[in-house]
Design a protein around this ligand. Structure first.
Ligand SMILES: C[S@@+](CC[C@H](N)C(=O)[O-])C[C@H]1O[C@@H](n2cnc3c(N)ncnc32)[C@H](O)[C@@H]1O
Length: 279
């Protein structure tokens, strides 16, 4: 394991356990260019396109505050949200209860690299914005393949190493280290975008993926990729995307058209919908 990846998993879980409220707020108080809603919409669209039968049992790997599972529940899917951060699991449970969805979805603490489920018990699995925080891809892909039924669907979203904003993250990481910089970014976000919590910064560096390398790995683990999509062609990286929020230009949505051009490779996230091959 490379030194940058040692301790990544533990740091990330600690981070998300402490920042669950901030993360959940970002679903509702969005800056133009934030990834959460576009990713959420793209995943729901993929579920719709593959015509997953209603009532299918879905596993949300690293479910965070549960936002995706609530929408899946409202569309008639049931399942389990699993997360390693206790505060995320707690939030998901409370919100599901508040929305009357607890009969369809349950939430539990667990590690995506060692799933507490028997073989072949889910019809589909989703893993969005999680693999970046693991030291390696192998364990989660092996576990996803194990718990999915034959022919089960797997939707995986990774940060694209060649994405335009992702390629600026090294510079941003350095800027965030300047004393007072993160505080300033938080104030800026609160003024321009609103919300209580301000900007989110990491004290560690999430991994980024080469799309074709992830595809190869998926195939190695017994998946066939049926569909892929690049998303988030934002102009400015977070937290600077907050600056264009007030303008309401919806530039980012307009740029989604780039997925249908050779420039798709500059999208910040790469989304795949795969199927577990019949053995
Ligand atoms: C960026 S959030 C993504 C949440 C959600 N999937 C979404 O799309 O909003 C990453 C989530 O993965 C969780 N996580 C990170 N490492 C994990 C692990 N090894 N096992 C389970 N959950 C993990 C974090 O606690 C956090 O809630």
């Amino acid at each position: 394991m490379e030194s940058a990846e040692a301790g990544l998993k533990e740091s990330a879980i600690k981070h998300f356990a402490a920042k669950a409220s901030l993360y959940a707020e970002r679903y509702v108080v969005q800056a133009s260019g934030d990834v959460l809603q576009p990713r959420h919409r793209a995943i729901l669209q993929m579920v719709h396109e593959v015509m997953l039968p209603k009532g299918s049992r879905i596993l949300d790997l690293g479910c965070g505050p549960g936002a995706l599972s609530f929408d899946l529940a409202k569309q008639g899917y049931r399942g389990v949200g699993l997360d390693a951060a206790p505060a995320m699991v707690q939030r998901s449970k409370l919100q599901a209860a508040a929305e009357g969805l607890s009969a369809l979805w349950r939430y539990q603490l667990g590690d995506v690299e060692a799933l507490p489920f028997r073989n072949e018990c889910f019809d589909a699995a989703v893993c969005a914005g999680v693999i970046e925080y693991l030291p390696t891809d192998e364990n989660v892909l092996r576990e996803a393949a194990r718990v999915l039924k034959q022919g089960g669907r797997f939707i995986l979203c990774v940060t694209n190493k060649y994405g335009y904003t992702a390629s600026l993250s090294a510079i941003l990481y350095r800027i965030q280290k300047i004393p007072g910089a993160r505080r300033l970014m938080s104030i800026l976000r609160r003024i321009v975008v609103g919300g209580r919590y301000g900007a989110m910064g990491f004290g560690f560096r999430p991994r980024k993926h080469r799309p074709w390398a992830v595809r190869e790995l998926m195939i190695k683990h017994g998946f066939r990729i049926d569909k892929d999509q690049y998303i988030q062609f934002t102009l400015l990286p977070a937290p600077f995307c907050a600056l264009t929020s007030k303008l309401k230009l919806a530039i980012d949505e307009r740029l989604d058209v780039l997925d249908r051009t050779p420039l798709r490779i500059i999208g910040s996230c790469y989304l795949m919908c795969a199927r577990k091959e019949m053995s």
